[in-house]
Structures are given as C-alpha cells and as structure tokens.
Design a protein around this ligand. Structure first.
Ligand code: BES
Ligand code: MN
Ligand code: ZN
Length: 511
C-alpha cells in the first residue's frame, strides 16, 4: 500500500473512504469538522443514530455515490481520558482491515480529526500520523506464502494522509515517511521469522542480508564456518556443530555521508534459524515456534532496511553496523554435548552444561567479535534468549539490561512510545556469576531457573569489555503476537526501538 498526501482541505480530498476518529458522545460536527464542509451529507447520515463513538465501535457512513467523498468510516475511540496509544493503534488497524474487507482501493486519513485526537492525548500531530501510518501498514500484513487458498480481498492500493492546510507540513511528511520505513523493516523481519527453518536457513538469511545491503549500497560481509574458525569463535561454532546448515554471521555496515571516522552504533542479533535445543532436546510441544529464534537478527536486518529506505534525507550522524549471528541448533553425532568445554573469542572458557542455552554462546562470540572490529559508541544486542524473561514480564514486553542509565532510559522511553514495551531488569553480576560457576571452566552456560533471564544477561556481560556502553534486550516473549496490527505470528519486535536508538538523541529521530 502506497502512502500519499492530499493537502488543501476537504474540498480537495478524494478517496473511496475517509477514516475519521470519534470520541464517545461526539456528533459529526464535532468529530469531522473539516470533512463535513465538503461532505455535508455526513451531518445527516442516518447511521449516526446507532453509532456512539465507543471504544471498539466502527461504522461506515454512506453519502450519495456521486460525491467525491461518499464513505466515511467512523472509528470510535471511547472516552478521551481512557485512550492510550495501543488502543489507538488497534483502532486504526481494525479500520484498515475493514477497508480491505470492503475492497476499497483508496483510503484517506482525516488529519483534522487526527489533530483533535493528538491534542486530547497530549502528543504532537506528527507523532499520531506516524503511529497511524505504521499501524495501517502493519495491520494489513499477512503471511500467506504457503496457503493454496489466498484471501479474496486485496489490500487498498493507497492511503492518503489528508491535510487541512494548503501544503503538507514537513513534520507530517517526515513522520509518514518514517512510518513507511519502519513498517518495511518490520515486514521484512516478520517474513524472515514466519518463514520456516527449511526456508530461512542461516545461508538464506545471509543472502537476504546481502540483498538488503546491495540494494542500498551498504557494505556487506559474511563469516562462514571457515572464517568463524579462523576467528577462534568456538562458542558460536559449538552451537552449529550438530547442524547440516553452515553457520553464517552476516555483517552490514551503513555509513551515511559525512560520518566517516565517527564511532558507530553496533547492533547484534541472535539468529538461531531453528533451536531444537540440541542434545538437550526441547519437548515436542511448541518446538515449531523455534523457527522464530532468529527474531533478534531479523530485527537488526529490519533496522538496516528501514535505514536504507530513509536514505540520506534522514540519516543518523553515525555509521550503523548490523551483525546477524545465524546458526541452527540441532542434535547429531557431531553436536556439542553437555559437559563440553569451549573457549570463546575473548579467551574465556565455557562449560556447556545445557546445549539449549545456545543463544548466549553465539552472542558471546558475536559480541567479542564486534568489539574487536568496532569501537562502538553503543553496542546493543537483541535476542529471543530466555523463557524466564517471558515468565517474569509476561508476553508483551522485553527485558532490558543495561548499566548505562542514559542508554537504558532512551531505550525504555522509545520502546514505551513505539509499542515495543521493555522493562529494565538488573545486572546482578555477583549472584549470577555464582550461579554460573563451573568446577572446570571459567563459567557454565546455564545457571538455575530462578532468575534465568538475569543469569543469561550477566553471562553476556562477561563478553563485553569494561567501559563499553552496552544494552541487552531479551525479546523471548515478544516475538509472537496476534492483535489488530499483527496477524498471528512474528511481530518484528525491536525494529522500531533499535532504529530510534541509532540517532544520538531522541529529538533527532524525526528530521
Ligand atoms: N530460544 C530459547 C528461548 C525461548 C523460549 C525463546 C521460548 C522464545 C520462546 C533459548 O535458546 C532457550 O532455550 N533458553 C533456555 C535457557 C535454559 C536452558 C537455561 C530456556 O529459556 O529454557
Ligand atoms: Mn535454546
Ligand atoms: Zn534459542
């Protein structure tokens, strides 16, 4: 679906349907003050009798066919003081899905109505435009690649952001462009994670990364088994040993004009294309979900895609490096055994007591490699790392681990504002190192279940150098969802938060 703009007020607007937002108890004049000037019929449309603007309510108002605007989709938002951003996003998502259901080709977004919502919510109009556009695009996402019976309804061809002024304001335009880029990144991440493990293999993932890099003229390289061996990344290699699929660590470097020589932001994603658990095999129930254990790496690639789409017009002031550590964890005669000891790239030895705690092994080496190759302004990793994190925070939040208060609050604020909620958890180094003590190596790879997300984070911390600004996001719970802006399956969680973190200040994200 194309994102367009229409300026000049309602007399210039044209669409098969216009989406307008209505708070509880409002009438047409209040909710659609701009629109009604060129769609007089709206004031007397009979359907208002049974539409009250309650949360979740939605009604199509019809005017005479010959009018430029003859359909208005009224979307109820309930009581203004109870409306939050999630509810707003879902309302937009339901509206867009309804437009698709009705086979409407061109849909308008009434910014006058939106401005009123923004004011009531205490945010700027461009913030709401960004959320509305992103939600529209995400709500229409479907994963139907393998269905022989596709859905009968096609997506609307375009969504027009309809502005009252003579020109489209720059803030609104760049908010919509940002939303488009974010959605493109998320869609890419969702596709990769929804694709099964026999499709998104480590090599296929790396090829996709190469494709993204080539499309936007970014640097690309990939480390296969031989290169990982040469780099002495034994922990990473141990995970892939039981798989017929070669491990691939894909690296994309994006250096916008004028940032040469500046310290990059480095993003590292866990890319387990399938996690069977290895010799410490997982139970059968739900194991298919582990095709999505590469969601961290997918989010990193999604960020690179979004940056590519944004281009020079809105580029960060630093290079951005995306490292996608892909591998497959399988049981086999060559697989790592519980009790095996490996030496990671930074020289620390690890006793693998549980081959299902594989993400941290891959990330340990990827983080060490990242620091040897880049002096990062900030290093952020994202991973579907521990079931314990889901137990701690529920299914709609990620754990955030970060000793740098400034970066931690940036990431927390961003995640909260962007619908990718995260919650800070402690790096209690002392207790976790006790839990990770090994009788025969520097550490084991898995401590006790209690506090498992923290132990995993502290494990990773052992591969981060003193003084390196670093954050770890455990998104194990948030990689799947089903809601009005997320067809059942992968979420693309992390793309928006990480993308926003490549700019040095939150104010710089929208330019
Ligand atoms: N990929 C899993 C974590 C996971 C679980 C992600 C559920 C998404 C949904 C990870 O590799 C894993 O197996 N972690 C173990 C660690 C344990 C063995 C210390 C876990 O959480 O059980
Ligand atoms: Mn595992
Ligand atoms: Zn895993």
């Amino acid at each position: 679906m194309d994102i367009r703009f229409q300026a000049g007020g309602a007399s210039k607007w044209k669409a098969d349907a216009v989406i307008s937002f209505v708070f509880e108890g409002e009438d047409a004049e209040q909710a659609c003050s701009a629109l009604i000037q060129n769609a007089l019929w709206l004031g007397i449309a009979p359907a208002w009798r049974d539409f009250h603007g309650k949360a979740g309510e939605m009604t199509m108002f019809y005017g005479p066919r010959a009018m430029e605007i003859s359909r208005v989709l009224g979307v109820g938002l309930g009581k203004a003081e109870q409306l939050d951003m999630t509810a707003f996003r879902y309302a937009v998502g339901r509206a867009m899905r309804q437009c698709r259901e009705y086979d409407l080709a061109g849909v308008g977004l009434d910014c006058a109505s939106l401005a009123r919502v923004a004011e009531k919510m205490g945010v700027a109009l461009d913030v709401l435009v960004r959320e509305a556009v992103v939600s529209s695009l995400l709500s229409l996402y479907r994963y139907e690649r393998w269905m022989s019976r596709k859905s009968e309804h096609e997506d609307p061809k375009w969504l027009a952001v309809m502005c009252e002024g003579e020109f489209v304001e720059n803030e609104v335009r760049s908010a919509a462009r940002m939303a488009e880029a974010e959605a493109a990144g998320i869609v890419l991440a969702r596709d990769l994670a929804n694709d099964p493990a026999n499709v998104t293999t480590p090599s296929a993932f790396a090829d996709k990364a190469r494709e993204v890099a080539a499309k936007y003229g970014m640097n690309f390289r990939v480390l296969g088994r031989a290169e990982l061996e040469a780099e002495k990344m034994e922990a990473y290699l141990a995970v892939a040993r039981g798989s017929a699929e070669e491990p691939k660590m894909a690296v994309i470097e994006y250096a916008p004009k004028g940032v040469e020589g500046r310290e990059p932001v480095v993003l590292v994603g866990k890319g387990l294309c399938f996690d069977s658990g290895g010799i410490s095999l997982k139970p059968a129930k739900g194991m298919e979900e582990m095709k999505g254990d590469m969601s961290g790496a997918a989010a990193v690639l999604g960020v690179m895609e979004a940056l590519g789409q944004l281009g020079g017009g809105n580029a960060p002031a630093r290079p951005v490096v995306g490292i996608m550590a892909c591998a497959e964890n399988m049981p086999d005669g060559h697989a790592a055994r519980p009790g095996d000891i490996v030496v990671a790239k930074n020289g620390k030895s690890i006793e693998i007591v549980n081959t299902d705690a594989e993400g941290r092994l891959v990330l340990a080496d990827a983080l060490a490699w990242a620091q040897e190759n880049y002096k990062a302004a900030r290093l952020i990793d994202i991973a579907t790392l521990t079931g314990a994190c889901a137990v701690a925070l529920g299914l709609e939040a990620a754990g955030l681990f970060c000793d740098d208060d400034e970066l931690a609050s940036r990431l927390h604020e961003a995640g909260t504002a962007l619908g990718e909620r995260n919650w800070r958890l402690p790096l209690w180094t002392g207790t976790s190192l006790k839990a990770l003590k090994s009788p025969c190596a520097d550490m084991v790879n898995a401590g006790q279940r209690e506090g498992g997300a923290i132990h995993a984070a502290v494990f990773l911390q052992q591969f981060v150098k003193e003084g390196q600004v670093w954050a770890h996001i455990d998104m194990a719970a948030a990689d799947n969802a089903e809601n009005p802006i997320n067809a059942k399956g992968a979420t693309g969680f992390g793309v928006r938060t990480l993308l926003s973190a490549v700019w040095d200040k939150a104010e710089d994200v929208l330019q």
